[in-house]
Design a protein around this ligand. Structure first.
Ligand SMILES: [Zn+2]
Length: 258
């Protein structure tokens, strides 16, 4: 049984955390504009998410899924769909969501979302930016007025998973990260809100993007060859490598998928 905890980050931004033993600790974010609210991700197990969100806002609502992993497009999605709330996810993640990770809900439940799609909440606009890597359809959402970047797992949360099945080759991710870093890497007061906020003890900012790009380059040009690691994943041991640099404390990658 998982537990939901709501934190209010600002008057227009709530962090909804789901925690369960062992190992589940994931965040969704609720943004409330003057006309509309957007929920970013639907957590993993909890079916109480819809009621929790409805207690926080009575604005018209839309749901945006950052990527098709089961801890971000979880069971609570059903109640939103049944209430007629549009649920957006990039189509490149549908096969992964349904085949690899056994996603519960049919593709027709999802509305397509693409690069440059804009969601106008009234006082907050969210711009969609594709950042494939962690998954082929990972997106990030940029709130320009308030310099907030909602990133799911696309650039990790201080820890980063590029080692599992379904991740793109690292050099493809590098191109996407370069795009983000060129745009946001020197932006003062940028705040990054990732999918697993507990993994970083500090507020992630523009420097985090630069550090992640620097480390990606070090891995790709073999100036950092990482540490050998093994984890249990999907019931099997998974060998991978891990490296660290600056604000990126644990960058996990598959040395066979560079
Ligand atoms: Zn993920």
């Amino acid at each position: 049984m998982s537990r939901l905890t709501v934190g209010q980050i600002r008057y227009d931004l709530f962090q909804i955390n789901e925690t369960a033993e062992p190992g589940l600790n994931v965040d969704a974010y609720l943004l409330t504009g003057s006309r509309k609210a957007v929920l970013i991700d639907t957590l993993q197990e909890s079916e109480a998410l819809y009621d929790t969100v409805k207690r926080l806002t009575d604005l018209p609502l839309e749901v945006i899924i950052t990527h098709g992993h089961p801890d971000h497009a979880g069971r609570g999605l059903r109640q939103f769909h049944e209430a007629g709330v549009p649920v957006y996810m990039h189509e490149a993640d549908l096969p992964l969501y349904q085949n690899m990770f056994g996603g519960e809900f049919p593709g027709e439940w999802f509305t397509e979302i693409n690069e440059k799609d804009v969601f106008d909440l009234g006082g907050i606009t969210l711009e969609t930016i594709l950042c494939k890597g962690h998954t082929p359809g990972s997106i990030v959402l940029f709130d320009e007025q308030n310099r907030r970047l909602f990133t799911g797992d696309a650039v990790g949360s201080g820890m980063f998973w590029m080692q599992i099945e379904g991740c793109t080759p690292l050099h493809e991710f590098r191109q996407e990260l370069l795009k983000l870093t060129e745009r946001f890497g020197n932006m003062k007061n940028l705040r990054i809100y990732p999918g697993h906020r507990w993994q970083s003890p500090v507020q992630l900012n523009a420097q985090y993007l630069k550090d992640t790009l620097a480390l990606t380059d070090q891995i790709l040009n073999h100036t950092d060859n990482g540490r050998e690691c093994v984890m249990e994943f999907a019931g099997k041991p998974l060998a991978y490598k891990e490296a660290s640099y600056g604000m990126m404390s644990a960058y996990s990658y598959n040395p066979e998928n560079l």
